[in-house]
Design a protein around this ligand. Sequence first.
Ligand code: ATP
Ligand code: MN
Length: 477
Amino acid sequence: MKSYSIKELLSSNLSLQEVTVKGWVKTFRSNRFIALNDGSTINNIQCVVNFENFDEALLKKVSTGAALEISGTLVESQGRGQSVEIQVNKLEVLGVSDPDTYPIQPKKHSLEFLREKAHLRVRTNTFAAVMRVRSVLSFAVHRYFQNNGFYNVHTPIITGSDAEGAGEMFRVSTLNQKKPPLNEAGEIDFKQDFFGKETNLTVSGQLEAETYAMALGKVYTFGPTFRAENSNTSRHLAEFWMIEPEVAFNDLDANMDLAEDFIKDVINYILENCAEDLKFLEQRLLDEEKSKPQAERSDMDLIEKLKFVSENNFKRVSYTEAIDILKSCTPNKKKKFKYIIDEWGADLQSEHERFLVEKHFKCPVILFDYPAKIKAFYMRLNDDGKTVRAMDILFPGIGEIVGGSQREERLDVLLDKIKELGIDEEELWWYLDLRKFGTAVHSGFGLGFERLVLFATGMGNIRDVIPFPRTPQNAEF
Ligand code: ATP
Ligand code: MN
């Protein structure tokens, strides 16, 4: 007898055939109806047990969470809500689940409660749907780049350069922490450490990706990234996955085109390939929003919002224009913002980004040409001498989802900048070499994968779109 996934069975034409399925019990009603799920789809298959034919002791073991193997005849369903069901001929309990202690009961659990049970939460419909969408999105990322002539580069996770400048880093060291060797100046002697120098977990693969772009043309990295920033927000993780394409000969406009095309493509891909999960997540969001005041509810349902993003152009606005809008907007004048915008040069906070996207433009926004002072050293200086060719993409409900730039390709300008910031030139010798040997205009961006999953699933907290979140004071599992 052939074993099928529930997804296969529900979409098949196998009526009247004998089939075998394995999965976990979602519910067991009236000693008769088992809703079985195996993770292949959000939908359960109904398995109908004629209890007279089965041992009472065996049926007692059929409780929520138990693992079963069921064989029976696939028939058209009598009940509503499913096309086919299985009339059970043979039932084997592969693994029992103690109903008194199993935390994932068939009722609504809060997301906070489930975070404490991250090893079991994927057994809920919500997390299973989110994680399936996450997986399909990840595939869509590789698919997009591979279909468009990009090569995947595995940039290092342990980095020896502390000049990436994207945030606080996690030290990687094998030195005895209680009694580290000291040098003559009384400081920790990293020469004696594993790599003979200070090393950290990477905060970005960009600098290394640039070296590959300058030979392979179009490259991307998609890997884990670590930031020891103590920001306990719903949009920050200490360990997250970042997608970073880097393209030789692309200027900032081409970079914006790439980012926009890429995001639209992967969103279309999940719209086509995750329809049932997205429908479920949309309903979840609607239910959740019922308890919110009208003003905080979103104007669009999840799928509508995804379509809106994939079908409409992102609004491109310079930083300078954005500051003018923010300076004269109502929440700024009425001091509703936590950080009041009073002059050009201010760094934009999430509240400002979200105002621009959600209230002012009502669509995704690409801000470009930021003040050099608030951006990283490697961004290309504009002729005005005060702005750089940076771009951030801002999304509704999220704020910044992409940060990118055209890179400074002129050696002298880059050297001036490095000196101005007091960065050690020696540290970046290899990065500077790119500007000595065949330098060229090039650009790239970084997109936080979890922020994309947040947007795609309509979830509200980044801790709920990665299997085992790492945040300050939390590395359980
Ligand atoms: P933010 O201002 O939101 O903290 P950032 O400007 O520090 O982000 P970048 O250095 O530009 O972020 O990184 C590129 C992208 O990586 C961001 O646009 C975002 O999508 C994602 N990202 C950055 N930090 C985090 C984090 N701690 N957790 C999850 N994603 C992040
Ligand atoms: Mn950024």
